[in-house]
Design a protein. Structure first.
Length: 78
């Protein structure tokens, strides 16, 4: 990660490369797996055996590594 100063709003943008480092670090610390392994397991629904709070925390970082589109309505799957 870089030591770039924060903008006036206190936010610093990160690119996908830095986002991968952030997700990888969180997945290793919270779940004991790499970021790539987490994404593969998350996408295939194989994380049910892990603590849901840890999974949700790491899953919240997915938009830092790839574009995510929100469903159009609560009933529609992503």
């Amino acid at each position: 990660m870089t030591d770039e100063p924060l903008g006036l709003d206190g936010v610093r943008e990160v690119g996908f490369d830095e986002g991968r480092v952030i997700l990888d670090t969180a997945a290793r610390n919270r779940l004991g797996m790499s970021g790539a392994a987490f994404l593969a397991a998350y996408d295939s629904g194989q994380l049910d055996h892990l603590d849901c709070c840890d999974v949700e925390e790491v899953a919240g970082l997915i938009p830092f590594v790839r574009h995510v589109s929100a469903p159009l309505s609560p009933q529609e799957p992503r």
